[in-house]
Design a protein around this ligand. Structure first.
Ligand code: NDP
Length: 249
């Protein structure tokens, strides 16, 4: 039997890399995109291939429609089947006071995080609709949506947009049997967050009700739920995977 095709954006590092592994081990043929890290992408794919798991890594800027169309078309040829799952994970983030935020930076964050989610949903969701077998789309937002976050206006605007996009897309795509849900991670320890802030875990764990920072595996659990039959009547929802930290406000 053919494996179902799952497409993950931004699978070369961090949460996306673990999502690719979790989905491959759950039985999907996984195609993932990356933008600037070919070595990391190759390493992610090679590790899974060693486990005998089929994975395709492709350079594709999520904010460029021609890239997304090319990536999606190659993924379908590679897997020999239309996509059943899309995880919009690719995202970028840097900190800057609003009054100093360069316009180009704003554009890049909105283009990658929000437009990328739209383009992949349009192209890959369109393939799901045409195939007529339904599907699931999971958008990775951010737990920070529940609070105001100074020095992060571009990022929080993009992630707030994703939450609203998830609700509206769910209503539109329901007629095709496509469910659209969101996962909003809290503080998740990855190579990036650990490098940016060596005290990341020490800062977040004490203020998190569950007493620790999250892991990419915690995020993967929520994605697997939304992808599964157990969530067959769930759409338009965003699940906070944050150990309770953003419920404290
Ligand atoms: P990383 O920086 O580790 O990974 C980001 C991934 O996105 C990389 O694979 C990167 O590829 C890819 N990417 C970035 N821009 C593009 C683009 N234009 N086109 C294609 N791929 C792109 O981040 P995280 O793993 O931490 O974050 C993953 C997601 O989770 C993001 O959406 C983030 O906002 C969200 N999130 C993370 C939290 C955390 O604590 N880590 C908390 C809340 C939300 P490449 O390196 O090749 O450019």
């Amino acid at each position: 039997m053919k494996r179902s095709l799952a497409i993950v954006t931004g699978g070369s590092t961090g949460i996306g890399k673990h999502l690719v592994g979790a989905l491959a081990r759950a039985g999907y043929a996984v195609a993932f995109s990356y933008r600037t890290s070919p070595d990391a992408a190759r390493a992610t794919a090679a590790a899974l291939e060693q486990e005998g798991l089929p994975v395709l890594a492709m350079q594709c800027d999520v904010g460029v429609k021609a890239d997304v169309e090319r990536f999606a078309a190659e993924a379908v040829v590679w897997a020999g089947i239309a996509p059943q799952l899309l995880v919009n994970n690719a995202g970028i983030q840097t900190w800057s006071p609003l009054l100093d935020l360069p316009e180009e930076r704003w554009d890049d964050v909105i283009r990658t995080n929000l437009k990328g989610c739209f383009l992949n949903t349009q192209v890959i969701g369109g393939m799901m609709a045409a195939a007529g077998r339904g599907g699931a789309i999971v958008n990775i937002g951010s737990g920070c949506n529940k609070l105001a976050f100074p020095n992060l206006v571009d990022y929080t605007a993009s992630k707030g947009g994703i939450e609203q996009f998830t609700k509206s897309a769910a209503v539109e795509l329901g007629q095709y049997g496509i469910r659209v849900n969101g996962v909003a991670p809290g503080a998740i320890i990855t190579d990036r967050t650990a490098e940016e802030a060596p005290d990341y875990a020490a800062t977040w764990a004490p203020i998190t009700p569950l007493g620790r920072v999250g892991t990419p595996e915690d995020v993967a659990g929520a994605v697997l739920f939304f992808a599964s039959e157990a969530a067959r009547f769930v759409t338009g929802q965003t699940l906070w995977v944050d150990g309770g930290v953003f419920s404290r406000a």
